[in-house]
Every structure is written in C-alpha cells, then in structure tokens.
Design a protein around this ligand. Structure first.
Ligand code: BMX
Ligand code: ZN
Length: 329
C-alpha cells in the first residue's frame, strides 16, 4: 500500500466525522461523534481526540506517513489563513477561531481548512458526480443548507472564502427569521432545522392537530408524517420544496451551471427530492437557463465531506503535487 493517505474531518451542525482517506477517495477508517453543544473549547477537544484515534488507526493498519489534515467545517471560513471567521448559531461560538494554526500547533500535521460544502465540491468534482463539469453548483440539505460553486473549473471563494452561502439566500423578505440574522432564508424553510421549526410553528398555532410535545418535533417526524399522508406535514414539505425550487432558480440565474449536485443527510434519505425539484425548476424562471441544467445526487453520499476535507491536503500539499498528483480545481 503506497497510496497517499490523509486525515479528513467534516464538522457539521449535528455531527463531526473524521477518517483516513486515500488519494483515490477511499475511506479506510471513519469515526463519527455528535458536535459538542457547549461550544468551541469542547469542539477543539473533540478534534484532538479524533485525530489521535486516526493516527493510532493509521499505525495499526501500517499505513504510510500521513500527508496532513484537511478540515471542512460549517461556517464562513477564511480559507487562506484557515480561520473560522463566523458561523450561524447551528454551532455554538464557532467564530474567530484560528483553526489551521491551532491544529498545526496541537498535532504537528500541516492542516488546511475550508467550508464544509466547498470541500464536498472538491471531492465531487475531482472524483465524483461532477467530474468533467466546469460550471457546477452544490447544495447540501442537512442541519443547515450549505452551498458551493465551481465556476469555469475553479471553486468560487470570494474575497476571503465566504462566498456561496447559498442557504442564506432569501426567498421571502417577509419570511421567518433565520439563525444567521437575515429573513426568509432558504435554510429557514428547507433544511432539517428549518423543516422542524416550520412544523413547530404551524402546530403551535393549531394545537388541536397534535397531542405530543411540539418542542421535540424533528424533520424526520415531518417526513414520516407526510409519507403517512398527514396533510399538515405534507404542506410543510410542499412549502420547503417550493422554497428550494425558487432558491435553485435564483442560483441558476446567477451562475448558469450545467449541473446541480445535491447531497447531505436529507437527500441521502429522500431521493425523491431531486426529481421533484427538477420538475419544479423546469417550469420556473428563464427557460434557456433552467432547461439546460442537469441534477445529480452526490456520488460520495455522506462521506463526501470527509473525503473532500482530506482532498485539500492532496491538492495543496507540495510534496504530493511534485509526484504528479492533482492540481487545484
Ligand atoms: C449553514 C452554515 C454554512 C454551512 C451549512 C451546512 C454555519 C455554522 N453554517 O448554512 O456555513 O455550510 O449550514 O452545514 O454558519 P451543515 O451543518 O448542514 O453541515
Ligand atoms: Zn440565513
């Protein structure tokens, strides 16, 4: 076994996944923990533990020397400096963290950091569903809604890395308050937290429809109730799909992609969303733009984040590059 191997870490609003990933996108070991709700110190501690376990596992599997650590994290990331500049309340206190520096100091490994969905875009465009496409938009539906844009073959970062927060595009200026501070964001309707919150809001105003504890309702409940034919849950999912369709058309109008890749936990469990979204989008917006887009599911499924995170280390690591490995997208 002489393939390059690195540690990939995917930090989301609900879980952190860490693993040993090969240059070819194989995951040799993987561990998942719930994201600490206490905030940054605990999350940094979790990261250290996860890295320790990965290093131990690499020894046990007699893997070659690890090339480094790649982190993809939810939040607005200064990707050159590896700093988490800010984050929505999906992760407590996840702001102003020199993550790259801190991890390098604690572990001694060269470390790269970018937004969680930007790294999904790296994995999918080098090895997965978007291979061979130059203009692609990525949307993940999970705790939040994350976005990434590949424009003319390159990942769009903006001035310092905060570009493509597509979940925080408003689809209704009179809509519900979002946890980012804005109003009517796509995420407030169609993410896991958004769907649960919309359901809670509806049932609080119509308590006769539900006799359980409204505060404990999750998106999973809403999907299940809708599948059982309960009209109140169906209407929440219809609202979510409508918001997703309008949001997607806005994105198509802005970027003229040839492909939209959908991923994240909600897509993994509910494939029908992709074809339903495609049908809705085709009947909205500027015809030449909405008719020329294809839709695909992320090829790496829920491993896209951890593979893409590690992939940064292969793309940006000079030693790997000298040996003829991939160049930046
Ligand atoms: C939120 C935002 C994005 C992130 C997206 C998906 C934060 C903390 N998160 O919109 O940066 O990409 O969620 O994240 O600002 P996930 O938690 O669903 O994986
Ligand atoms: Zn928002």
């Amino acid at each position: 076994m002489n393939e390059h191997v690195s540690i990939g870490i995917d930090i989301g609003g609900t879980k952190i996944v860490a693993g040993l990933v090969t240059l070819g996108g194989g995951v040799l070991y993987k561990q998942t923990v719930p994201t600490a709700t206490e905030g940054r110190e605990q999350i940094l501690f979790q990261l250290q533990q996860l890295i320790k376990d990965c290093v131990k596992e690499a020894h046990q599997q007699r893997l070659p020397t690890l090339k480094g650590i790649g982190i993809g994290t939810a939040g607005q990331i200064d990707f050159k400096q590896g700093i988490v500049r800010s984050g929505t309340s999906n992760i407590k206190d996840w702001n102003d963290i020199p993550l790259k520096q801190e991890m390098q100091r604690l572990t001694g490994f060269p470390t790269w950091v970018d937004n969680d969905v930007n790294v999904v875009a790296l994995a999918e465009s080098h090895l997965g569903a978007a291979k061979g496409y130059d203009n692609v938009v990525f949307l993940t539906l999970g705790t939040g809604i994350g976005g990434a844009v590949i424009q003319e073959g390159r990942l769009l970062h903006g001035e310092w890395g905060g570009a493509a927060e597509l979940g925080h595009m408003s689809v209704d200026r009179n809509g519900p308050a979002c946890n980012c501070g804005y109003k009517g964001c796509l995420e407030a309707y169609a993410s896991g937290t958004g769907i649960a919150n919309r359901m809670k809001h509806m049932l609080k105003n119509q308590p006769e429809r539900y006799d359980g504890d409204i505060e404990n309702i999750t998106a999973r409940d809403v999907f299940q109730w809708a599948a059982e034919g309960k009209p109140f849950a169906k209407s929440i999912l219809d609202e979510a799909m409508d918001a997703l369709a309008y949001g997607t058309v806005n994105i198509i109008h802005a970027f003229n992609p040839s492909l939209i890749v959908l991923g994240g936990g909600i897509i993994d469990q509910h494939n029908w969303i992709i074809s339903d979204l495609e049908n809705r989008v085709r009947s909205l917006g500027i015809s030449s733009l909405v008719q020329s887009v294809s839709f695909k599911k992320a090829a790496f499924g829920d491993e896209a984040g951890v593979v893409g995170a590690a992939y940064q280390s292969f793309l940006y690591n000079e030693f790997v590059q000298k040996e003829g490995a991939p160049h930046e997208t």
